[in-house]
Ligand binder design. Structure first.
Ligand code: PLP
Length: 386
């Protein structure tokens, strides 16, 4: 049993989950079924057809909603499926303002899938509410905020931006993937909905792809549930189970990710071969003050640009690491190193990346939960070998 007033760790372990009444099984059963028997047409026990809902998925949705302080949770087959479902509420002529540093797949979805249907997008640096105000038009229906951003780790003021957007009638969605609900609670800061790629910190073990949207706004919740029913990007029961297994340790993992990232960031900053280390926990990071206010800690992501800022040297660094694995994605227990310009952000044209301040030589680290001495030693030997 859990209640909304309980602490994050208690809700992470218990919210949305009751021992199975038929067997006493303490873990949520994996309901491998496509349909549910009805006593008479429409007379069922809450589930009709598994595209629309499945009990394992419903428990996951209740758990994630509790962790974000939301009334409603809608789980999707991937993070981009969740973003797609949000954007489907827009109509030709509607306008969206988004942060200009964001996951490349979100940019691709907006520009290559939705723009041809007549929806307009402006990508801007939303450092202040005035920046947002200048980017909005009378047709702006949605403001998309990623913070901390992928991969530049910029930090945006959710509360100030939400107020500015809503004052002009736009809804506000925050991609909270980099922070996780443990570190940042966008709904409490005024956002209308939160998007997660549950593939990342929520899943935490690099063994599942998923997404979720959490909201207390009834109209958005109704729209999103209709999308699951009508479009069908629903997660399966096994993936839902894996995610429920994972959220139980989210708070523990996040604390270790954050502690390790801080040590790694400090090490990189002091290293002669590193030109710039990007980490919101640095006191001179432009978004540090906002991050300290709106986040519990500064997250597990660190980006860097080498002193010898060429793609070739960056690639050599990535190939030199032995504990950090060279792979896309983030948020798993294992440390990863990646090259955004050619991997996660390859679908953003080079000139757009450069205009947003993303250098081709930038290296992104997802700092895992291994022993931090081993992580620092790995980076040390990889840098020494350049
Ligand atoms: N949002 C962010 C910040 C991401 O980094 C990603 C994926 O890397 C996504 C959304 C998309 O999630 P998924 O890969 O689960 O579709």
């Amino acid at each position: 049993m859990s209640t909304p007033t309980q602490g994050f760790g208690t809700r992470a372990v218990h919210a949305g989950q009751m021992p199975d009444p038929t067997t006493g099984s303490i873990m949520t059963p994996v309901h491998f079924t496509s349909t549910f028997v009805q006593a008479a047409p429409g007379d069922h026990q809450g589930h009709e057809y598994a595209r629309v809902s499945n009990p394992t998925r419903s428990d996951l949705e209740a758990n994630l909603a509790s962790l974000e302080g939301a009334e409603h949770g809608i789980a999707f087959a991937s993070g981009v499926a969740g973003i797609d479902a949000i954007l489907r509420r827009l109509r030709p002529g509607d306008h969206v303002v988004s942060t200009n540093d964001l996951y490349g797949g979100t940019y691709r979805l907006m520009r290559q899938i939705f723009e041809p249907y007549g929806i307009e997008f402006t990508f801007a640096d939303l450092s202040t509410a005035d920046d947002l105000d200048a980017a909005m038009t009378d047709a702006t229906k949605l403001v998309w905020i990623e913070t901390p951003t992928n991969p530049l780790l910029r930090v945006y003021d959710i509360e100030a931006l939400a107020q500015a957007a809503q004052a002009r009638g736009a809804s506000v969605a925050v991609d909270n993937t980099f922070a996780s609900p443990y570190l940042q609670q966008p709904l409490a800061l005024g956002a209308d909905m939160v998007l997660h790629s549950t593939t990342k910190y929520i899943g935490g073990h690099s063994d599942v792809v998923g997404g979720a949207v959490l909201t207390s706004n009834e109209e958005w919740a109704e729209h999103l549930r209709f999308q699951i029913k009508a479009v069908g990007a629903a997660p399966g029961p096994m993936d839902s189970f894996l995610l429920l297994r994972s959220t139980k340790t989210l708070h523990l993992r996040m604390e270790r990710h954050c502690a390790n990232a801080r040590t790694v960031a400090d090490f990189l900053r002091g290293h002669g071969k590193v030109g710039r280390a990007l980490y919101p926990g640095f006191e001179d990071h432009p978004g540090h003050e906002i991050a300290a206010r709106q986040m519990r800690d500064f997250g597990g992501m660190v980006s860097l640009v080498l002193e010898d800022d060429t793609v070739e040297t960056a690639v050599r660094l990535m190939q030199n690491t032995k504990v950090f694995a060279l792979a896309e994605s983030l948020g798993g227990v294992e440390s990863l190193v990646s090259h955004p310009a050619s991997m996660t952000h390859g679908s953003i044209p080079a000139e757009v990346r450069h205009a947003a301040g993303l250098p081709d030589g930038l290296v992104r680290l997802s700092v895992g939960v291994e022993d931090v001495d081993d992580l620092v030693e790995d980076l040390d030997q990889a840098l020494a070998a350049l």
